[in-house]
Design a protein around this ligand. Structure first.
Ligand code: F6R
Length: 242
């Protein structure tokens, strides 16, 4: 992967937003792969500002979120459907019907994975996939042990990941036990991967992803199998790179 070390999250956001603006200029119906969590927020902020300043027409832009919790009530503010609407679709002015999130309804999850894969394939595939990385090394919610060839499916969240995400819920017990996530194989089909990471807590996961052996025990290391992966990190997240 190409590693770009930036001064802070805003610099990363500006860099990635610029790449996305160029993509949308070339391809007005570009397909964006969207991550949730804290890491991509600076990118979404910078992108919203660029779209506004440049008067860019994004009505044809399509999107696929990486993952969703299973079993949150419809409309729960921390469901990734709600988060993507609030943090991406509305501020960027995307067309809501063109932005998909995996279906975390327990009654639907049996076929939701296959449906999602079919929708991504029918779109022509993701042009640019934004990724964060978990302390456990997960990308999407592919926790250690996930097959490098996996497709969208239901997974159990690990305790460290539930603890990390408890900040978004009233009580740690409210964090769902399960999620539906694009697989590592799904993610690897995107044409360009952009993995973002900030802060010292991510340094081990970043080093394992960029320089470690390619292994299912470090899902982030799968980016080494991709011909066009860019890693954008601050000094702290880069601190364990050789
Ligand atoms: C989010 C996702 C996760 C996060 C990761 C880092 O859709 O799939 O892999 O990117 O858990 O989370 P933050 O950015 O909150 O540190």
């Amino acid at each position: 992967a190409e590693v770009v070390i930036v001064s802070d999250q805003d610099a990363a956001g500006a860099l990635v937003a610029d790449a996305i603006v160029q993509l949308i200029r070339r391809t007005p119906d570009a397909v964006l792969g969207l991550a949730t969590g804290s890491t991509p927020l600076a990118t979404y902020r910078a992108l919203a500002a660029r779209i506004e300043a440049d008067g860019l027409d994004v009505r044809g832009v399509r999107g696929f979120a990486l993952d969703e919790y299973v079993g949150l009530p419809a409309g729960h503010p921390e469901s990734y459907r709600a988060v993507i609407t609030r943090e991406v679709v509305e501020p960027l002015g995307l067309t809501p019907e063109l932005v998909r999130v995996p279906n975390g309804d327990p009654a639907e999850v049996q076929h939701a994975g296959a449906d999602y894969e079919a929708a991504i394939t029918a779109s022509g595939g993701v042009d640019l996939q934004i990724l964060g990385i978990g302390r456990t090394g997960h990308i999407g919610f592919n926790e250690p042990g996930s097959s490098l060839a996996s497709l969208t499916r239901v997974k159990t969240l690990t305790e460290p990941t539930r603890a990390d995400n408890a900040r978004f819920f009233d009580s740690p017990d409210d964090v769902p036990m399960h999620c539906i996530t694009q697989g590592i194989g799904t993610i690897l089909r995107a044409k360009h991967l952009v993995l973002l990471a900030f802060g010292e807590a991510k340094a081990d996961a970043v080093a394992a992803a960029v320089e470690g052996p390619v292994s299912a025990s470090q899902p982030g290391s799968a980016i080494q199998l991709h011909p066009h992966a860019t890693v954008v990190v601050d000094e702290a997240a880069a601190s364990k790179l050789q």
